[in-house]
Structure formats: C-alpha cells, structure tokens
Write a protein that binds this ligand. Structure first.
Ligand code: AHG
Ligand code: MN
Ligand code: MN
Length: 363
C-alpha cells in the first residue's frame, strides 16, 4: 500500500467515534494530545547525550521519586510534556503519574473535564543511557461524577478504579522507529511515526497475540525469591524438549516492560514480573495503575491474557496510587497455565500442607 493511503491516528479516531454517535469527541481530542506529548518525548529521547536545548530549563534529574527510585532527567522532562500538553484542554479532571507523589490538580485558568489521565511518562528509563528502547504508557479513566459536577480537587481514591473500567489505554515506544499503540475498547491498533510528516500512520490495524508461544521473559536474577508455581513454570520451560513440555523455549529480557509488551503484541510470548519474596513491602515490581492496567487492557483487547498470576489483573480493585503488583501477561494458553500452577498444590510438596501454595499466599 502506498504510504499516502494509510490512515492517520486522527482519521482512525474519527472512524472509531462514528460507532458512538452520542460521543462528544473529547476522548479523541485527549488521545491526540497524549500522542503529541509522546512525539515531544520521542524528540527529546532522540537527542541522547546531545540533550535538547528546548527542554534544558526543566532538566533537573538526580532526585528520588515516590517509588524510591532515582529520576532521570528524561523521566522529569517526559512528565512535564504529559502535563503541559494535556492540562489546558478542559477534558481532564486530573492526572496521576509515576513521577508525582499525589494526584495532579488541573490549575486555573484551565477548565476541569470528565477524564482522568494516569501515566508512566518513561518506562524502562534505566535503559536510556545504553540506548535501548523505552516508552510511555497511559491509561484513561472516567472521573467520579461528583468530581466532574463540582470541579473539586481530586483525591487518591478517585483513581482507585479496577483496570476493567479503563476507557482507553496505550503506549508509545521509542525504538528504532517510534510507534503509538492504542485501544479504545475495540481491538488494538498500531501506528508508526512518519518522520517526514510528523504524523502517526496506521500500520498495524488489528493486532492479535497468538494463543501459543515458545518464548518467555523474566528477570531470572530474582529466581531465589520466586514462589513455587513460577519456579515450576520456568523450570519446565528450561527443561525444553526433554522436560514435561516436550519442546524448547526461547528467552528474552529487555528490562523495558513497554518494549516486552510490544514484542508480545507483535509475535506472542509470555512476560512475568511475578509477586516474589524479595522485599515484603513490595508485592511485585510493576505498578498497577500505570503499568499493569494499561498493558493489561491492550493485551486482553488483542486476545491475550493479563493476570496477577492468580486472577485477571483488570479485576483488581487498587488500594493505592502507586501500588505494585505481580504481573504476568501474553499468549493466552501460557498465562492460563501459569494461573493453573498457582491454583494447584505444587506436586512435589503435595504431601506437606505448609507448601500448598494457595493456603500460604492468598491475593
Ligand atoms: P520504570 O523505568 O518506569 O521505573 O520501569 C521499569 C520497570 C520495567 O519497565 C521493567 O520491566 C522493570 O522495571 C525492570 O526492572 P529490574 O531491572 O529491576 O528487574
Ligand atoms: Mn515503568
Ligand atoms: Mn517510568
């Protein structure tokens, strides 16, 4: 197909909206603003060590964020782009981000609207200095009606909605090419940034995750902290042809969850950052509201499965803004197998009630 025949993100959104004649177009406008923020971040990321003169005034970095993690300059810059490019529009009641302790209140003179924007402005930012793919992840929710009616300041509880209530979710991936991958609840579409036009063009109209896979991703340096069902699953993959699975598996680990999600959307696979015993204060590594939920919605919309290891991640009622959670997603049959292992007594310990996993570790 000649490039000129490809639809832009704007055209795609207008077509999606035609299915809902009562829709005001506000969601589309918000998604387009998010896509502009992502283009600005892609531009900053592309300057690498040369830096981008237009963002130097906010290049602080070196601080510790609410997660107790060091903020890179680009974490802060990306967070600012999300805020500045979306806050003015009147579509948002408020925002929350990995890089902000508390909800962000839309300041005067801007109007407050009906949506919540929750985001990880730069995922995988530890990969920035080694020039490996990073990305931005976002989730759009409805604000509680009383907040919309009154225009009051938002509180943390307003954001604590299960992932199943997301209106839209997506990510931008800053890799060899910049891509924008989106769901508005009717499948998943992928757009590639056309550097000539500066527009996202529809290149992957109906992304589907294959149900089966021979590829898994996990940070195996944590293996001594894994719970028995995860250890069993990985051991069986590693045993390959001669093990119970009767076939060899391949392994990948990028350490940018957004890039792993993209690989799985493109060709299948299973990703695990499971709950483990490394730090009792952190039941998992990834964050529910702005990592697991948006990626979970995309994966499920593409026919894959997204889970805590025990239950669908989109059904979890969040308890705090920066809550961490075990996260397993990808090809349906493998994720279901991992869930099954969590619900079965571990066979080698079956005789010992202490090691019946379900009774020891409940969600
Ligand atoms: P972030 O850069 O937003 O803090 O997230 C990084 C996450 C995720 O992308 C990745 O899968 C994981 O952290 C890697 O963590 P470890 O290297 O600690 O295993
Ligand atoms: Mn992240
Ligand atoms: Mn981040």
């Amino acid at each position: 197909m000649p490039l000129s025949n490809r639809r832009t993100l704007t055209q795609y959104l207008i077509e999606q909206r035609r299915r809902f004649p009562q829709a005001s177009g506000e969601l589309n406008a918000l998604i387009l603003d998010v896509s502009i923020a992502c283009k600005a971040i892609a531009h900053s990321v592309a300057f690498g060590a040369l830096g981008d003169p237009s963002t130097r005034h906010i290049a602080v970095g070196g601080q510790i964020n609410v997660q107790g993690e060091e903020q890179k300059v680009l974490d802060v810059v990306s967070n600012e782009f999300f805020i500045k490019i979306t806050e003015w529009s009147g579509h948002l009641a408020g925002m929350a981000s990995e890089e902000m302790d508390k909800p962000y209140q839309i300041p005067p003179p801007y109007q407050r609207g009906k949506y919540l924007l929750v985001f990880d402005p730069l995922d995988g930012s530890s990969n920035i200095d080694v020039n490996v793919s990073v990305g931005s992840i976002f989730s759009i929710l409805r604000a509680p009606q009383d907040a919309v009616d009154s225009g009051r300041d938002l509180v943390e509880a307003d954001f604590l909605q299960p992932g199943a209530t997301q209106v839209a979710a997506g990510y931008a991936l800053y890799g060899p090419v910049t891509m924008f991958v989106l769901t508005v609840g009717s499948g998943v579409a992928g757009f590639t940034l056309d550097p000539n036009l500066g527009e996202f063009k529809l290149t992957h109209p109906d992304i589907r995750v294959p149900e089966d896979t021979h590829e898994f991703a996990i940070n195996s340096s944590n293996s001594r902290f894994w719970e028995p069902p995860v250890k069993r699953y990985v051991d069986e993959c590693l045993a390959g042809k001669t093990g119970p699975r009767g076939r060899d598996f391949n392994m990948r680990w990028i350490a940018s969850m957004v890039a792993e999600a993209h690989r799985i959307l493109m060709r299948g696979g299973v990703f695990m950052y499971p709950r483990d015993t490394k730090d009792p204060a952190k039941p998992g590594r990834l964050r529910l509201l702005y990592e697991a939920n948006p990626v979970g919605m995309l994966i499920e919309q593409a026919g894959g499965r997204a889970s805590t290891g025990r239950q669908p991640v989109l059904g979890v009622k969040p308890s705090s803004l920066h809550q961490r959670i075990g996260f397993v997603f990808g090809s349906k049959n493998e994720v279901e197998r991992i869930e099954r292992y969590h619900h079965e007594p571990a066979s080698r310990d079956a005789g010992n009630p202490l090691f019946v996993e379900r009774s020891l570790f409940r969600d």
